[in-house]
Design a protein around this ligand. Structure first.
Ligand code: XMP
Length: 513
């Protein structure tokens, strides 16, 4: 059976994967493709609908991304969003120009409830706007179906041709009824049945990995974190013993974590994996000696990972593929989309230029963290592993501000273990997105038992988040913080001060570096 699919045609906006994700939340499969995908390829994919995304350009600039006008005539329903809506108008010969008033943020919008797109949407609703250009007139055969105070055509449509457009972004949470609008588009305009589940993603990914890999050998970079664990189990279901999982203990893991990972994925664990543990602590500390710049630290850690994997691959012999558990926020924040580089996540932007593998496979690259968790459950991975809080590939390396040393690692490991223990004891662990202790590079004067101390300050962090792209600082009861502080000061040598980080993301990031 041909699966239902919506193609999201990427014109360079920030929220493109989010559009695909929102469509998948409607149980319809969606894939993002660049606007350079040819019309023939689109037709061959037989989509139920197409969504043109937003983008930073002006459609009337000659160098701006555009598309063959014929796409509007192939009978496939199209929804244009923001830049995508303007592009639709422009391709149809209507005027798009700089708006007299730019709109940015929450905007009261009046919608025409008789439009299929706005079925069950309040007449006066809130949408998220972000534009300086606007559609000044509707193309022939179109009617305006929404407006705001500053934007006369906030939505338009030509139902006979199944063409729809919104100036606002239905995909972002700030558009109060945006999900309803997308649902109306995929069900009532595109006629989707909505039979896609995460289980289908798992099945199809397994099938396509089998086809790609054939009888080749594959090495999986396993950190024991949620993403790489899901990737490893997925791969092992696809190709069994053709897969070898390499777990690098880089000396930047949480306390006892190396042994815990080995217990689950090693020979004693429930999975029949070829599992290799590489103890590379000294090698990492040596490479990181004297390095303080965060991006440089990330790149060194990322490069060293690959070098270890290459060495292990040589020992196995004839390994073609390397698998990584990269997920979508890693890709976007490493600046591999068109957004600015926030951090080089070691499994994407932190990769060295030359890698001795035929190809890198990243089966989870288009998923968000909560989708990865759903895939993990589909694969039968136990809940306690699937819902573990995330731990970054560069590990404590990015929770120690400044130079990394074995001594600082010991301090963070001990402080973090106490923090986690107390959070669990207080029953708070399940309700938090991520929480950990980090080491500020600050030393300050204290007094302990009549003696002056000049020791490090540990920073505690806890955040709530659903997608890890944004996060709110979490409220930890004062008595828990107080207990953790007392224990850290008393039990962890080298620490005389504990602080709690109240910053959200943005403006902070979740990790310290
Ligand atoms: P930030 O600090 O960027 O973190 O707000 C967002 C989420 O991503 C995790 N993170 C990483 N994960 N490799 C990873 O696999 C990395 O280099 C990396 N950097 C950050 C972080 O723990 C948080 O969950």
């Amino acid at each position: 059976m041909q699966k239902e699919m919506i193609i999201v045609l990427d014109f360079g906006g920030q929220y493109n994967q989010l559009i695909a994700r929102r469509v998948r939340e409607c149980n319809v499969y969606a894939e993002v493709h660049p606007y350079t995908l040819s019309l023939d390829k689109i037709k061959a994919m037989n989509p139920k609908g197409i969504i043109f995304t937003g983008g930073p350009n002006s459609v009337y600039d000659e160098t701006s991304p555009t598309y063959d006008k014929e796409i509007l005539n192939i009978g496939v329903p199209i929804l244009g969003i923001c830049y995508g809506s303007q592009l639709m108008a422009h391709l149809l010969g209507a005027k798009v120009k700089t708006a007299p008033v730019s709109e940015y943020g929450y905007t009261e919008t009046i919608v025409d409830q008789t439009s299929v797109l706005f079925k069950d949407v309040e007449e006066k609703t809130i949408t998220w706007m972000s534009h300086t250009d606007y559609i000044a007139e509707t193309p022939e055969g179109f009617v305006g179906t929404a407006h705001t105070e500053a934007c006369p055509i906030a939505a338009m449509e030509c139902p006979d041709r199944k063409l729809y457009a919104t100036q606002f972004h239905p995909e972002v949470m700030h558009t109060k009824e945006g999900q309803k609008m997308l649902r109306n588009f995929v069900y009532d305009v595109c006629g989707c049945a909505g039979d896609w589940q995460m289980g289908s993603f798992v099945e199809e990914t397994i099938k396509s990995i089998r086809e790609k890999v054939g009888d080749g050998k594959v090495l999986c970079a396993l950190s024991g974190g949620v993403d790489s664990s899901v990737a490893a189990v997925l791969l092992s279901k696809a190709i069994g013993k053709q897969l070898t999982c390499v777990f690098v203990d880089h000396g930047l893991l949480r306390k006892n974590e190396g042994d815990e990972v080995e217990a689950v994925f090693g020979p004693e664990g429930p999975y029949e994996l070829n599992f290799i543990r590489v103890n590379a602590q000294e090698r990492y500390y040596e490479k990181l000696k004297g390095v303080t710049e965060p991006e440089q630290k990330r790149k060194i850690i990322g490069e060293e990972f690959i070098r270890v994997f290459e060495e292990e691959a040589k020992k196995i012999g004839a390994v073609d593929y390397l698998v990584q558990g990269t997920i979508y926020p890693d890709v976007i924040e490493s600046g591999l989309g068109k957004s600015a580089v926030i951090k080089s996540h070691h499994n994407v932007g932190g990769l060295p230029d030359v890698v001795d593998f035929k190809e890198i496979i990243e089966p989870l690259r288009m998923l968000f963290k909560d989708e990865v968790r759903k895939a993990g459950l589909e694969l039968g991975i136990p809940e306690y592993l699937v819902y573990r809080q995330p731990f970054p590939g560069p590990g404590l390396g990015i929770r120690i501000i400044g130079e990394v040393t074995a001594e600082k690692v010991r301090i963070v490991q001990d402080a973090d273990a106490i923090y986690r223990e107390e959070i669990a004891k207080a029953g708070l662990d399940k309700g938090l997105g991520q929480y950990f202790a980090g080491l500020t590079n600050m030393r300050s004067v204290g007094v302990m038992g009549d003696f002056r101390t000049y020791d490090y300050a540990v920073a505690l962090r806890a955040v709530n988040t659903s997608d890890f792209m944004t996060a709110e600082c979490a409220e930890i009861p004062y008595d828990v913080l107080f207990k953790v502080t007392t224990r850290i000061i008393n039990e962890v040598k080298g620490v005389n001060r504990v602080m709690y980080d109240l910053t959200s993301k943005p403006p902070g990031t979740i990790e310290f570096e």
